[in-house]
Design a protein around this ligand. Sequence first.
Ligand SMILES: Nc1ncnc2c1ncn2[C@@H]1O[C@H](COP(=O)(O)OP(=O)(O)OP(=O)(O)O)[C@@H](O)[C@H]1O
Length: 234
Amino acid sequence: MFLQVNGLCSGYGRGTVLHGVDLEVDRGEVLGLLGRNGAGKSTLVMTMLGLVPARQGSVRLDGREIVGLRADQVSRHGIAVVPQGRRIWPGLTVGEHVDVVAGRRPKAGGWSRDGVFDLFPNLARRVRQPAGLLSGGEQQMLAIARALLTDPALVLMDEPSEGLAPAVTRQIGEVIGSMAATGVGILLVEQDLRLVFATANRVAVMEKGEVAHTTDTGTFRRQPELAHTLLGVG
Ligand SMILES: Nc1ncnc2c1ncn2[C@@H]1O[C@H](COP(=O)(O)OP(=O)(O)OP(=O)(O)O)[C@@H](O)[C@H]1O
């Protein structure tokens, strides 16, 4: 597998949140990561990014260990994040957001300014607008564009549907599908089961800082009692 997480432990202060997480994501695969509030999903994302230090375990990307690397080094290894809450800068324009990332890297091939504007024509039309004036869906697209411009091999998405209308969430789902079709692996942390069912090849459920259950999406859908027991929904 392209991404291999084994026995990953981390936490804050004296508390432990991740108690040995195991999961895998292949190239071009979308793994939907579900779990109740507080299960540790965001902490997993932050630990993989090097923003919360790992205390034990390993994260290998294409066989290379990335535990212990700084966040900027993790990014250079090809992991990008679409963070919870999007984290755009409201006062910067759409164009400035794109240029900050696109201008940083001279490169041949890969994602370019034009490429992301082709993918998101709504953003292309608003290139001079401050990002704070965009709709929630457009801000999410901008966060995805910013991630793509680093030419990632793996994208960690933390609740991209949060606060979005169903139609916009469907659009985000289409973008996730397009990204995966280019070979990018995607770890999709998400509470919206419809988005997970529409995009994920497999589903992993976190419980109390561990992955309690992993299965292919079709099997998960056919067992609504699983969602009920593990997530308290359905
Ligand atoms: N910066 C922090 N400092 C201390 N504890 C934290 C911090 N961030 C998260 N926690 C704690 O870690 C645990 C896991 O939180 P985390 O945000 O990773 O869960 P989650 O599964 O992403 O939940 P949600 O679905 O609500 O986002 C919770 O008990 C939370 O209170």
